[in-house]
Design a protein around this ligand. Structure first.
Ligand code: 5GP
Ligand code: MN
Length: 316
């Protein structure tokens, strides 16, 4: 399946790995798993990654990430966890410096790019694809790589709770556990440890909650000013939607957060009946059936009205 990609890697020396903007555990997990595997192969490799949430700081070697490409050109770019070029955390200029591009992803929404493309939206996490990829091309999965892959899989499967989880996901998780990773610590750091300021952000999100369509839709908005006032950075403000989704009777939950550049980011979750990626795509975003997002195209009030209309249609 990955034969051509294997040949491309064998021929390359200077390689960059990149995930998507707003890096989550899966983007980070898949990027760094590839990074360490290629390093073990003796390649000159870097991960390009913008600022990440402090909750990932415990991951070994994550501070090695760079923000851009130094060289005039390089042999290979490996893009993971996004098949939409504009969502990659790399500038167009740095993208164009690559002689060849490999893309590995699991999103439903894609605008495929690159010389080697692999997209499988049946797989719950890009990190699961990376496990198969590295195994097939003959890389040994060591403890560090396993730690990253496990972090990625745990993130995108909601700790194996989402319906996207496959038997193969658990079989791979078992293989990773055999490498003596500290899976309990990974979960504690990723899912179970927050700053007090984040707890206050959760409180504010809940306080600002609005309820529509007989409780089937829950919406909340937190401004960038509020995020800053609480002492948080914008990358710390993710994951708020999950609290809204928990309320019984909810079909769709949306948390909107203001960003430093003045835009408003929509994070959507579905409890299964509605495919929220359809709503996100209609506003130029994307994602999965149960988790999707977009940047509001218009001002907050207008975009919120348009969202309510779209949700109303989907709930009918
Ligand atoms: P989250 O709500 O966690 O930020 O994002 C949920 C899912 O939707 C992720 O898989 C993410 O990649 C996708 N997503 C979020 N925002 C956008 C966007 O603006 N464009 C696209 N194409 N996908 C998005
Ligand atoms: Mn992912």
């Amino acid at each position: 399946m990955f034969k051509k990609a294997k040949e491309m890697i064998e021929k390359a020396n200077k390689i960059y790995v990149v995930g998507h903007i707003n890096p989550d555990g899966d983007a980070i997990g898949s990027s760094f798993a590839v990074y360490f595997a290629l390093k073990n192969m003796g390649k000159d490799v870097n991960v390009i990654m913008p600022k990440y949430s402090e909750s990932f700081a415990f991951l070994p070697g994550i501070a090695n990430a760079v923000e851009s490409v130094e060289e005039e050109c390089y042999d290979l770019l490996i893009a993971v966890d996004s098949s939409v070029k504009t969502r990659l955390a790399i500038s167009e200029k740095d993208y164009n410096k690559a002689k060849q591009v490999i893309m590995l992803d699991h999103h439903k929404t894609s605008e495929p790019f690159g010389d080697f493309q692999y997209i499988n939206s049946e797989i719950p996490a890009a990190s699961q694809i990376i496990y198969d990829f590295l195994t097939e091309i003959g890389c040994e999965i060591d403890k560090t790589i396993a730690t990253y892959l496990y972090a990625g899989i745990v993130t995108d499967t909601g700790s194996f709770n989402y319906s996207s989880t496959k038997p193969s996901t658990l079989l791979i998780a078992a293989k990773l556990l055999e490498l003596n990773i500290d899976f309990s610590e990974i979960c504690k750091k990723l899912n179970d440890t927050i700053k007090e300021a984040k707890l206050r952000l959760i409180a504010l999100t809940i306080d600002n909650m609005e309820v529509y369509f007989d409780g089937k839709f829950r919406y909340s908005y937190v401004s960038y000013e509020d995020i800053k006032r609480l002492g948080l950075d914008e990358e710390d403000a993710e994951g708020m939607t999950n609290y809204l989704r928990m309320v019984e009777g909810t079909e769709i939950a949306v948390a909107v957060r203001g960003k430093s550049n003045g835009t408003n980011k929509v994070s959507m979750r579905s409890n299964g009946k509605v495919d929220v990626s359809k709503i996100a795509i209609s506003f130029d975003g994307g994602g999965h059936a149960r988790a999707a997002g977009y940047t509001m195209p218009k001002d907050l009030e207008t975009s919120k009205k348009e969202l309510l209309d779209a949700v109303g249609v989907m709930l009918k």
